[in-house]
Design a protein around this ligand. Sequence first.
Ligand SMILES: *Cc1c(COP(=O)(O)O)cnc(C)c1O
Length: 455
Amino acid sequence: MEQIPYKIYLAEDELPQAWYNMRADMKIKPAPLLNPGTGRPMTAAELDGVFCEELVKQELNETDAWIPIPQEIRDFYKMYRPSPLVRAYCLEEKLGTPAKIYYKFEGNNTSGSHKLNSAIAQAYYAKKQGLTGVTTETGAGQWGTALSMACSYFGLDCKVYMVKVSYEQKPFRREVMRVYGASVTPSPSDTTEVGRKILAEHPGTGGSLGCAISEAVEVATKNPGYRYVLGSVLNQVLLHQSVIGLETKAALDKYGVKPDIIIGCAGGGSNLGGLIAPFMGEKLRGEADYQIIAVEPASCPSFTRGKFAYDFCDTGMICPLAKMYTLGSSFIPSPNHAGGLRFHGMSSTLSQLYHDGYMSAVSVEQTQVFEAAEQFARVEGILPAPESSHAIRVAIDEALKCKETGEAKTIVFGLTGTGYFDMVAYEKFHDGKMTDYIPTDEELQAGFDRLPKVE
Ligand SMILES: *Cc1c(COP(=O)(O)O)cnc(C)c1O
């Protein structure tokens, strides 16, 4: 009889008291954000105009390993955390693998993903600063949904710029945002200067994430009492998401389990950065070793085929420059079905760790991802998000390798969310209409050619 239960739950009072900041233990720190105008590191004062003050402090903090989680945020976390760490006994049996597979499930809240962990923190600091509201962009809508929930909890106004095609084609998440009182504007819109400019140049455009970011930033900087918030990529978001990894480690420690392999999908890097945080900390301090694998779509391969360079975070080229693995801010990935993994760049912290050899990365094709998603859904009972299913794919592949070698490795992966709003993608998969687009070297080169020149 195995002693480890199907679900390892932590008690409410075992919820982490502080977030863990990996940068404090990194010998080579991630490169600073640069001001695109001056080419010099962004100062706190410059960032304060766009972001909340406390979040700017967190963004720039590379010295404090632990940052206390305010009680108000912990109280909100208690509504849906600690989240379960599940031993995938049924999947193991189905695969016939000696590997031991665990997954940390973050889909157990209305936003359906891990994004709420940072949304609630960002809304809290905005409220504490006495702001009226926040602005943001959303593509498929997971981040907008999480943020609107967080804002309604703290009584903040929430203005979401949603990529127009998604706004029109994906009404469900849009309406969830409105349930929580957010105003949702299809982008590009005529409510901003940049939006009007884009509409004049490209009438009838369906919009893009980069354009929605530019609109949200403009509204935040032009309206007193508003700031802009972002749901991934930034250091502060990885910091908040460390709650995932800290809980995972606490649950495993209860049973004396040490993972061999830790796997997460990577869009901007926030769930992966959060999941691996305490494990990476041990690795950085030389206390333990783990194999860490980032999984990205073959259609948007920032780590595996990108360049480690300074680049813009948005297509409008108004945001600060970040040094990261990037495909270039002009790169527009083919419309695959993992909306949350379509960002051209990657967290600068994870980029530095990858560059220094602390983690590896693989890219996977879309149909293989949906095959894994369905295999998982049929035995583990959870309908996974397409993004999360990238991690499932590689977890299954690693477990199958163990089957060949007879090794009983312990594999942990992040199951970031549920896929109920992604049924059109599943439909395409079922009907054999899903394609696996992989950009050519020439297409990627076009993106690299337009990288900003930074000395
Ligand atoms: C947004 C999203 C992701 C990717 O974002 P990261 O910042 O890389 O974590 C992954 N899974 C789900 C369900 C998402 O909504």
